[in-house]
Design a protein. Sequence first.
Length: 240
Amino acid sequence: MPGDSCCRPRSFFVASDDQKIRQRDALMPQTMPASQRPGTQSSGLSPDFHGSQRNSRANSMLALQSQLAQISQSRPASTDQGAISAEVVGEQYLTFSLLDREFALKAEHIQGVERLVDVTSVPNVAPWLRGVINLRGSIASVVDLRSFLDMEQLPYNPRTRLLSVQFNEMVICLVVDGVSEMIPIPPTAITDISVRHAAIPQWAIPYAFGVALIDRRVIVLIDAARLLFSDKMQRYEALP
């Protein structure tokens, strides 16, 4: 599986004798800075540095949500008593549309949402591979997802968007018909594709892992790894 190749997380070790340190600090004047207390070693990095690293992922999510706020259309709040509350804790997903179908990818795999820009074409490739773009200093392939899935082709319009999707070290920009919103989807709202097979288009089954029912919406959940590392996609992985 492609996910097996990702690097293992670093291990962080906590210093021993924590109890002695807390007892010593309790006897120190409260006005004495922690960096001046005996036995305290400075890392040489400011608190701001550590704080920025801890909050980097949160800031990335806020930036993505800000992008979505500018391009999304507001949805009326549901009054259905049986609807799943937005306050229910669930993993964050980004929803998008292809034709009249709604799909979603886990937010952790979304690098950004862009308006459709000029794409540099590449000769002798599949029709669904639109070409490449400069994505914040890196070259990324642009895949028309509708064409990739052998769906009906329609002209692009002002709602057309590019989704920058990443899994491990691979980044692909997907052309989709529109981006809706970022929503939490609790596990209790997700049904396996084997149970709701009829709700998933035939061409999406190889890349889907479930179906979510949210406020009477049927959302097909796409597995980023299955899509990006599919045999069909991997044939063009070596593009610059």
